[in-house]
Design a protein around this ligand. Structure first.
Ligand code: DC
Length: 226
């Protein structure tokens, strides 16, 4: 198998990882892998069964009944397939985001998803975004970036995104959720969100999307001929 390149983009929710990764993947002709969507699919599946994301016994009992597929359409958009059903839109709620954060703390869940993520990176050049890509999933990634922004900025962005999709969004509530999810994702025992030793930190608080893409392109360009 030919050698593949991988770009790991980690960071807290709302830092702009998916927007940036998607744009850059299209430019480079890489596969964009949104790993948060995989955790959301697990959370959605358990939610449908009425299993609490905190209930480790329930999670362990039902997880084997879940088959996850990842497909890409002609525009390169990632689709999440849960036991044969496309749930890509269903998983995009604040409720499922919060449950995904809790579900992702369980060892059985992280183990199940680890090989799936690594296999994709073995087969394709990838830009993979998540929380533990540079630290755990792809410790030898060609480029590692840690994208972050102030919680207030991330909450504002998340609000705008939800409103644009016609969903309800209250800034104070979203800010609380952002802070709570930051806490959960950085304090869990297994593969917590943290800056990898060899990761380059980019704070996007004062940057617009084009500025962030330009900054990341420059970082990537130093490691990979683009
Ligand atoms: O990126 P996102 O907001 O869609 O992710 C949802 C949750 O999934 C996030 O709060 C924590 C978890 N997650 C994770 O633990 N590891 C990843 N690589 C990606 C997401």
């Amino acid at each position: 198998m030919a050698k593949t390149y991988s770009i790991a983009i980690d960071g807290p929710s709302g830092a702009g990882k998916s927007t940036i990764a998607r744009k850059l993947a299209a430019e480079l002709g890489y596969h964009y892998v949104d790993t948060g969507a995989i955790y959301r699919t697990v959370a959605y599946f358990l939610d449908l069964l009425g299993v609490s994301p905190k209930d480790v016994d329930g999670v362990e009992r039902y997880i084997d009944e879940l088959t996850i597929g990842i497909e890409y359409d002609e525009e390169g958009k990632q689709h999440m397939i849960m036991n044969g059903m496309d749930v890509s839109d269903d998983i995009r709620t604040q409720d499922i985001a919060q449950k995904a954060s809790l579900v992702s703390a369980h060892a059985v869940v992280r183990e199940m998803l680890l090989d799936m993520q690594r296999d994709i990176a073995k087969e394709y050049n990838v830009i993979m975004d998540g929380r533990d890509i540079g630290t755990v999933v792809l410790p030898k990634a060609t480029v590692k970036i840690f994208l972050t922004a102030a919680p207030e900025v991330r909450a504002r962005r998340r609000c705008d995104e939800l409103l644009a999709k016609g969903q309800k969004a209250n800034y104070e509530t979203v800010l609380k959720e952002v802070i709570q999810r930051d806490y959960q994702d950085t304090h869990r025992e297994i593969a917590p969100l943290k800056l990898a030793r060899d990761s380059i930190k980019v704070d996007t608080s004062e940057m617009d999307i084009d500025q962030v893409v330009a900054a990341i392109r420059e970082i990537v360009g130093k490691k990979i001929a683009v």
